[in-house]
Design a protein around this ligand. Structure first.
Ligand SMILES: [Zn+2]
Length: 81
């Protein structure tokens, strides 16, 4: 899938009022079960607030494991000390 395909798929989802999961960490969008980098033009062409749903991709999920609760616990310890 090249950049133009990604553009047309994102645009089609926006046009149909569908939600496209978007990784909040790296910005990839999920299309057909694959996490792909969307072209800046595609993201500029849609209303991201209506179309993109913040999620996390497989790559970032592995990089940032374990769950966010553990991260918050670490931050609380740092504030106290
Ligand atoms: Zn990601």
């Amino acid at each position: 899938m090249d950049v133009n395909d990604t553009f047309s798929r994102i645009w089609a989802a926006f046009d149909a009022g569908e939600i496209v999961p978007s990784c909040a960490w790296c910005g990839r969008v999920r299309i057909d079960e694959s996490w792909l980098f969307a072209s800046p033009a595609a993201l500029a062409a849609i209303d991201q607030r209506l179309t993109l749903s913040h999620s996390i991709c497989d790559v970032c999920a592995q990089s940032y494991a374990p769950c966010p609760q553990a991260v918050r616990d670490v931050e609380r310890v740092d504030v106290r000390s």
